[in-house]
Design a protein around this ligand. Structure first.
Ligand code: NAD
Length: 433
């Protein structure tokens, strides 16, 4: 099949590459000329495990192309994916200017039947708006499909190639057949392709992300109780996770959810509900808990140092909003850093993949260490903000030699407390007595 993917970011590049991998001819369109140049020249623009190999193979096989020219990019495509940003507007609503702007353009340049697919996370009713925008300038046949994306950064290629489910919202049999054929190679193991109406598909994505954010905030509240009651959240987590109705995954407390999706999608669903005169009460609380949890570690640090943070030097391990990505959008580490800097601390940081992005954002406000141990030099404490695998079994002797004081504030509960005490650290983590 011939496919165009408009927007070549975390979702668009993975989508385009994975569809090329199953034999389709894919053209990725982006307005960012330098990104398109880099990709055309075989330089990958994001860090995502496993992606580079597939990207280079499909580029070489000429199944994957990049352009800034929308008209040329979609000319012979049967399916056009929109993988464009939907950032929060000032009122929390999803800003549709990128989606509707491109839809308007499509209406001006389409000459034959195409399936236009909303891959971006968009509020209920967007498929209709996209349809209207195209219809303003185009009178031929086309369909608009809602096909929300559930990939997780860090395991995006695996998620895309072996999805738990594919959701396709359409009322058109023609589009249903085309989308079903496109996804057939990805669901050979029997994972479901769920066909539904456009509105249900649009809401499914927000419901999924909001539910997951709720799970995180719930566990963070349990962790808060554990700290006050002398219980251990690791035990409570295992205790409830063994119940099949609850499940083991997504029960880890920490320093709050971040990233480009959960914060914006929770906000957008709250806003959509308000527009329908409905207060989504749980989600207000989910946001409030998260805002508090993001600074919980800073409160611990302040308590420990009797609010004398000025002049202290901290090491931070982990900057990305989660491991295995270079994405720092809404990363909790950044909020911790900003707060400590405001309190007069100085900071050395290390992250295996996200250093370049943080450097672009924060410049010389931070010291960027060459490796995880160099970050510890002369630090009054280590703060762990992202659970990268390489932080899990570090060289404790090296850590003790480099740190000025053997104190660790662990926002991701990487270590057993007893073990750290035996190693001679003072160790403060989340939700443990
Ligand atoms: P991104 O910011 O990484 O990428 C968006 C890309 O669109 C950028 O490369 C940008 O240059 C390009 N762009 C902007 N305007 C354009 C235009 N007019 N024409 C062509 N290209 C244009 O965003 P992302 O993380 O890939 O997210 C895209 C959508 O997918 C969002 O709605 C997001 O909520 C959703 N989503 C993201 C994830 C994720 O993990 N990142 C997962 C599921 C769904």
């Amino acid at each position: 099949m011939k496919i165009a993917v408009v927007g070549t970011g975390y979702v668009g590049l993975v989508t385009g590459t994975c569809f090329a991998e199953t034999g389709n001819r894919v053209t990725c369109v982006d307005i960012d000329q330098s990104k398109v140049n880099r990709l055309t020249n075989g330089e990958i623009t994001i860090y995502e495990p496993g992606l580079e190999k597939l990207f280079l193979r499909n580029l070489k096989e000429q199944r994957l192309h990049f352009t800034t020219d929308l008209a040329a990019g979609i000319a012979d495509a049967t399916i056009v994916f929109l993988a464009l940003p939907t950032p929060p507007g000032e009122d929390g609503s999803a800003d549709l200017k990128y989606i509707l702007g491109v839809a308007d353009e499509l209406g001006k340049i389409m000459t034959d039947y195409k399936v236009i697919v909303d891959k971006s996370t968009v509020p209920v009713g967007t498929a209709d708006k996209v349809k209207d925008a195209i219809c303003r300038n185009y009178t031929g046949e086309f369909d608009v499909v809602s096909n929300p994306e559930f990939l997780r950064e860090g395991v995006a290629v695996d998620d895309f190639m072996k999805p738990d489910r594919v959701v396709i919202g359409t009322s058109s049999d023609r589009a249903k057949k085309i989308m079903g054929d496109l996804y057939a190679p990805f669901v050979r193991q029997g994972n479901p392709v769920l066909f539904m109406d456009e509105r249900s598909a649009e809401l499914t994505k927000y419901a999924a992300n909001s539910f997951l954010a709720t799970k995180i905030s719930f566990m963070n509240e349990i962790a808060q109780l554990c700290e006050r009651m002398g219980a251990n959240v690791d035990m409570v987590r295992r205790g409830i996770g063994s119940d099949e109705r609850i499940g083991k995954r997504f029960l880890f407390p920490g320093i709050g959810y971040g990233g480009s999706c959960f914060p914006k999608d929770v906000k957008a669903l709250i806003h959509s509900a308000e527009q329908m005169d409905y207060d989504f009460k749980i989600l207000y609380a989910v946001e409030k808990v998260n805002a508090h949890q993001k600074l919980h570690l800073v409160s611990k640090i302040q308590d420990y140092f009797n609010h004398q943070i000025s002049g202290k030097h901290f090491a931070i391990w982990g900057l990305a909003f989660k491991p295995n990505t270079d994405d720092i959008r809404e990363a909790p580490a950044l909020e911790i850093i900003e707060t400590l800097l405001q309190l007069g601390a100085s900071i050395s940081v290390f992250d295996p993949e996200a250093m370049k992005n943080v450097q672009q954002l924060m410049g010389n406000k931070l010291n960027y260490a060459d490796n995880m141990y160099a970050a510890l030099n002369n630090a009054d404490a280590l703060i762990i903000a992202t659970e990268w695998s390489e932080f899990r079994t570090p060289d404790f002797e090296q850590m003790k030699a480099n740190l000025k004081a053997k104190i660790i504030f662990d926002g991701r509960n990487l270590f057993e407390k007893e073990w750290m005490l035996q190693e001679g650290f003072e160790y403060l983590s989340i939700g443990r007595p």
